[in-house]
Design a protein around this ligand. Sequence first.
Ligand SMILES: NC(=O)C1=CN([C@@H]2O[C@H](COP(=O)(O)OP(=O)(O)OC[C@H]3O[C@@H](n4cnc5c(N)ncnc54)[C@H](O)[C@@H]3O)[C@@H](O)[C@H]2O)C=CC1
Ligand SMILES: N[C@@H](CC=O)C(=O)O
Length: 759
Amino acid sequence: MSEIVKSQASPGDVVVVSANGNVTNWLLALIEGGIPSGSILLEYFTGLQASVGFSQEILKQIQLDVKAIETLIEQSHYSQSDVLAYGEAWSSLILSNVLSLKGCKAQAIDSCRCLKLNTDTYQYPFDQSFADKALGQLYSSEPDSVFVVTGYIALDQELNKTTLGRNGSDFSATALGNLINAPSITIWTDVSGIYTADPKIISKPLLVESLTLCEAQALSELGANVLHEKTVLPLLSYKGSVHIKSFDKPNEPGTVVSQEITPTNRVKTITFKSKLNKVCVHSIDELQARRIQKKIAEKSIASYVNGYDITQHKLTFYIEKSDVFSVTSTIKAMQHYPSVLLSNMTLISLVGQNIRQDKRIIERFIRRLSSFDTQEIHYPNNSHSLSVVIDDEHAEGLLRDLHTSFFYQEPTVPIVVLGYGNIGKKVIELVDKGAERLGQSLNRSIQILAVANSKRFVCESNGLALDNIDGLLSNGNDNTDDQIFSWLERYAGRELIIVDVTASKSISDRYKGFAENKWHIISANKIAASDKDYARQVESVLEDNRRIWKKNTTAGAGLPIQASIKNLHEAGDQIEEVSGIFSGSLSWLFSEFDGTKSFTNLLEVAQDNAYTEPDPREDLSGNDVIRKIRILAQQLGFEDAPEDFEAAISDELLEGELVEFWQKSEAINTYYQGLLDQAKAKDGLLRYIATLTPQKLSLKLEFIDKSHPFASLNPCDNVFQVISAWYKDNPLIIQGPGAGREVTAGGVLNDLCDLLRGH
Ligand SMILES: NC(=O)C1=CN([C@@H]2O[C@H](COP(=O)(O)OP(=O)(O)OC[C@H]3O[C@@H](n4cnc5c(N)ncnc54)[C@H](O)[C@@H]3O)[C@@H](O)[C@H]2O)C=CC1
Ligand SMILES: N[C@@H](CC=O)C(=O)O
């Protein structure tokens, strides 16, 4: 902690400390007779001194203090607060000493010098003028020091030391921050901030980046551990920002709470409070009910789902099991008769500013509850939360269901199509035709929010009308500098699917950003997926954010080669080799090219049929197949094998710009006529064959025999021959069209369905 303070604090900053480790519990145990002496404290601080290296004088002081505490307790001459206050006092002495030893001038300050409560309860506010005077003196006498102030302790109205209850140090910190008008307050804790749900129950929940004050308050009232109700009280009048950060990962951004945060009107987090008991007090009027609630609050006991039934004259609420005795005796002392109706109940609440004003959120919440046997739904007084009570046994299941529903799935999934060429147009046409049926079968509707080509984009938050995208695009917004992404910023953090049907490197370079924005990706574009290091980074961010990257069409268009490899792997097969013809355009060209039409004529037809890449040289050079090989190699675990790739054309024919390429038609035709002649001479066929093994990734232009398994293909077919432990003597063959508008767009739709099903 001292390293964090040293690197982050400047002279004049206030650091509020709580007691080290278990010290408060041990002091309490000493008072209550749970432990006979303070030797455990002495052992602890001796060990701490050895590891942290604070001065021997402080250790001696602590030893004297522990002796004095033992004597006080023996003679029963003590107040509990006085004894408990030692924990924080020792912390502040140790931290200020360690900081000074590290060259950061620091002063230990007793918070009773500056924090005085105005009331005799734990309620805010503290005395501003008392704090101003004390802190003014401190600042003028020690202008170049960091002040290490004891948390948890303050003076009460009669100037007696008092403790501030559970999470008292955080309370002291926000109170002091507010009193001194600090621009920001950081609460250092053992978690990286506030999560969308308890990480002990939900694996890898999402970090909540920011909370409005209303959200923080609602959260704290629902018993959130990181943000206690009292901690939030001073923030109601505080103008700065509060950061909740982890001392283990100080460079991570954590969660920020501030009045400045713009409300998103969405569910930000789901709280979970288990082991609750329901208490009921019958035959009381509303005033008596309020008195009971006030008394319980004064005892610093949290009660939830408080409700007074005017017709039945009864008050009901939930409390933690450990508070039952204290609460029931308090109520009995007020001459009322409480009964404990239910035990082992859990309160689960959605929190987000104004969520109760959103009918869709309420409906979705109720729909999720319908498959669970819940006790009661509660609509708290504020409009920022929505709660349900369920028995402990079924609570985790409900939390998981709600968490998936509210953080990983939108009821209407927004889709953005990047690329409006051969494949993009067909994808939109298929979505337009099939969206309703798709929505029904998946129980989630889909909506295309935006479509872009390299020049223009169109967008509509409520979904574009898909029957006239051409018309819309002709008057669309400028996209020459990828301006669509400025518009898309509003969807950062929300579930959205990017469909990349461009062949663009600049779009591929944005995949990591898509993943960081918590967007799913479906790509037909092969560039990102074929770069193994980049693909790994993208996958890792997506996994952390529980998002999916589907890329089936990047090899074999609509053929299920990637899914088959994955299934065989998962089922335990060992794939030894995958070989075949992976280029749809070259497969078509080598089938059709018999010398009657020129090669470049056929190449133009292949381009019109959308078999080639936007730039057909990518096919002839081998680049397109090389990308497919690299994509499959990653799935096979062969990605580090040496590569031996050969182009399907000579290098000089590829030189220059695309227009120059077409100007070289004659030379290109002569080149391919030469290859055809060679094939005929051998009574063979020309094929561009890829082979993947753990030892080698290769791509070769070959003359094969007419009886070869890769000889009899339909024009444009791809063939994948898989040899594995299970398919050894008789290989698995996946064969069919490997390029074209329908098959590829159909493959993209398949990916979309799989993605929406969570595969
Ligand atoms: N044609 C096929 O059979 C198959 C194609 N693919 C892949 O699908 C992708 C698209 O192929 P086609 O539709 O044939 O290409 P295309 O050239 O017809 O369409 C590409 C579209 O992307 C747009 N674009 C380029 N840069 C952009 C940017 N920065 N932002 C937004 N849009 C941008 C272009 O304006 C164009 O509308 C390629 O990556 C290709 O490798 C994958 C499997 C099969
Ligand atoms: N240009 C590609 C299209 C599919 O990926 C090919 O020829 O196979």
